[in-house]
Design a protein around this ligand. Structure first.
Ligand code: 5RP
Length: 235
């Protein structure tokens, strides 16, 4: 679900952007939010490679998912928790869709709630993408993932339809309902281009049973985007 373009070129762009961000933003002693997804994984791998060269040895990572925690641990990157480090220096994460004002749709990998919690706790949120993620208007290319409690989820689905979404229950690899790290369902909500993302985010945020949603508004401080023209940084 998290791959919008899964070609070799897209993977190269993701890697180039992630490595540029690690090299450009991480400093010794930082507490770093570690995002989720294939682009964020390239960042964790770059961090591990620098540590193997004896650099950034005192960095601590706060993972946004069990998958990222497992990857970081497997590569020897020290991990901690948000409770131990309630304020992070910087978070590096990917995104599914990026609008010109750096508002985002995230959650293709299902880690949207932890990703947003970690982003909100970060002084700087660096979003790292390949150029295929850029979009004129959020919702043009990607549904908004909405994390809901399984209790009463059909009621949430009807609510989301009443807001104009075409709702799909996200499936896991084996065809069973996908469950987040918190044990919740994800409803992928195709709204089409979203004219008023802040109003939609307010409606989603006010609904009991909706635990989180993939509209990340006013959270990204920096964008690192890689494509055929090279790597570009926007802030
Ligand atoms: C996970 C996310 C990811 O950052 C997003 O899906 C992008 O993934 P990828 O880097 O694999 O394209 O929000 O919940």
């Amino acid at each position: 679900m998290s791959q919008q373009g899964d070609g070799a070129a897209t993977a190269r762009y993701k890697q180039a952007a992630a490595e540029w961000a690690v090299d450009g933003f991480l400093q010794p002693g930082m507490v770093v939010g570690l995002g989720t997804g294939s682009t964020a994984a390239f960042a964790v791998q770059r961090l591990a490679a620098l540590r193997a060269q004896g650099r950034l040895l005192d960095i601590v990572g706060v993972p946004t998912s069990r998958a990222t925690e497992a990857l970081a641990r497997s590569l020897g990157v020290p991990v901690s928790t948000l409770d131990a480090h309630p304020v992070l220096d910087v978070t590096l994460d990917g995104a599914d869709e990026v609008a010109p004002d750096l508002s985002l749709i995230k959650g293709g990998g299902g880690a949207l709630l932890r990703e947003k919690i970690v982003a909100q706790a970060s002084r700087r949120v660096v979003i790292v993408v390949d150029a295929g993620k850029l979009s004129p208007v959020l919702g043009t290319h990607w549904p908004v993932p909405v994390e809901v409690m399984s209790f009463g989820w059909r009621s949430q689905a009807r609510f989301l339809e009443s807001l104009g979404a075409r709702v799909t229950v996200r499936q896991g690899a084996g065809g069973e309902p996908f469950l987040t790290d918190q044990g919740n369902l994800v409803l992928d909500c195709a709204f089409g281009p979203i004219d008023a993302p802040a109003a939609l985010a307010a409606s989603l945020g006010a609904r009991a049973g909706i635990m989180g949603h993939g509209l990340f508004l006013n959270l990204a401080t920096d964008l690192v985007v890689a494509g055929p023209e090279g790597v570009e940084h926007r802030a």
